[in-house]
Design a protein around this ligand. Sequence first.
Ligand SMILES: Cc1cc2nc3c(=O)[nH]c(=O)nc-3n(C[C@H](O)[C@H](O)[C@H](O)COP(=O)(O)OP(=O)(O)OC[C@H]3O[C@@H](n4cnc5c(N)ncnc54)[C@H](O)[C@@H]3O)c2cc1C
Length: 432
Amino acid sequence: MCIVGGGFTGLWTALALAEREPSLKIAIVEADVCGGGASGRNGGFAMTFWHHFIGLEQVCGAAEALSLARASADAVREIGSFCVAHGIEAEYRRDGWLWTATNAAQLGAWERTIAAIERHGEAPFSELEPDAVALRSGSPAHLAGVFEPTCATVQPALLARGMLRVARERGVSVFEHSPMVSLQRSTPPIVRTPGGRLHAGCVVFAINAWAAQLRELHRAFVTVSSDIVITEPVPDELERIGWRDGVGISDSRLMVHYYRTTRDGRVAFGKGGGRLAYGARIDASFEGPSASASQLTARLRATYPALAATPIAASWSGPIDRSFDGLPFFTELGRRDLICGAGYSGNGVGPSVLGGRILASMALGLDDELAHCGLVRRAPSGIPPEPLCHLGGRLVRGAVARRERAQDAGRRPAPIDNRLARLAPAGLVPLD
Ligand SMILES: Cc1cc2nc3c(=O)[nH]c(=O)nc-3n(C[C@H](O)[C@H](O)[C@H](O)COP(=O)(O)OP(=O)(O)OC[C@H]3O[C@@H](n4cnc5c(N)ncnc54)[C@H](O)[C@@H]3O)c2cc1C
């Protein structure tokens, strides 16, 4: 088996394959170092599928949506037990997730989702009083919210490097700094890197937003940046405002703000829905310090005035594979020995555990539930071709930004901005 891409998806796939077929020869080729893509530089929120339940039900039907959402909650717990079992110090903290409103327009953004889940007798979220939300998050900027206790936070790069070690211990051959430069669609398929070539029974593409370079996936998702700033350690200040644990916090805007503390008392503050890539090109603007660092810093300080003087230690950026419904897909590329999993839309840390298992089932040609689940059956599509995607995307993003600014200021957004914003891919709040 050849796995292209050594992030969470590629590593969980390798581990699942090695567990099921210990004698299998498994190789990972990674362009950078394992974890050098989104997996090592994300916000570290290990979330479930519950907040995407409406979309999941539309794609998979109620029974399967429930079993996938439950499995995604198990996956978050499994990350913790995996770290314990293998001595991986990835700062795993299962302190839950607060889904909040930071302006009046966001109030109740979670209600439709919770009602849809409750119709099936599940209650993964607890309702909190507004005071409790402000207290738990350390800021009165949070006007209301609900709490999902299953979620965790991790230091993602430490998790990725720990997974790499375990994969190697299980016999997986890992080639870092070895980009796939071409794919020969022969039988068997051949993956070429600058230093060699691999003949594989099956090639699994676990290359996140880079998957848009595969001809079958040009229209499967749009690539947008997500950006993060991180402060210097301020544990005493965090203690003073009452933000004491590893809870993850998000607001309810489409271009979501997400933030959490680290074990050493820093705040990592991020925002989704940043720069839009043209076609499949992930250029230098997705690497290095974030171009949005000053806006993010201003938002962090507006949310936490107590941290107004806290210096920012670093900022960075990375690519997000944003599918139209916010859900990942696992798909064959026209033949069963070429498969790909991507489209996590900024929620891959927890779900990639499941993604790895789905891809392993597909690669082994198993006839199990995962290999036939709705995330496999669906055809990834819905994104217009270039240049329409880029032009339309910029128009819609502009409208979303104006709408969210108006809502922050307590103004009614312009009707045209409301209409255009409805064309955006789904975020935390489901599409109408
Ligand atoms: C700034 C940021 C914040 C985020 N925050 C969160 C969060 O808090 N919670 C959450 O759940 N998700 C978050 N995400 C998304 C999450 O990081 C991803 O969904 C997840 O890491 C996807 O894992 P992956 O293995 O599919 O992709 P990646 O980790 O990106 O791995 C793909 C790998 O493929 C490699 N590659 C590409 N092309 C080739 C090639 N030709 N040959 C060989 N290798 C290749 C890349 O170098 C990369 O290492 C965030 C993402 C970013 C960028």
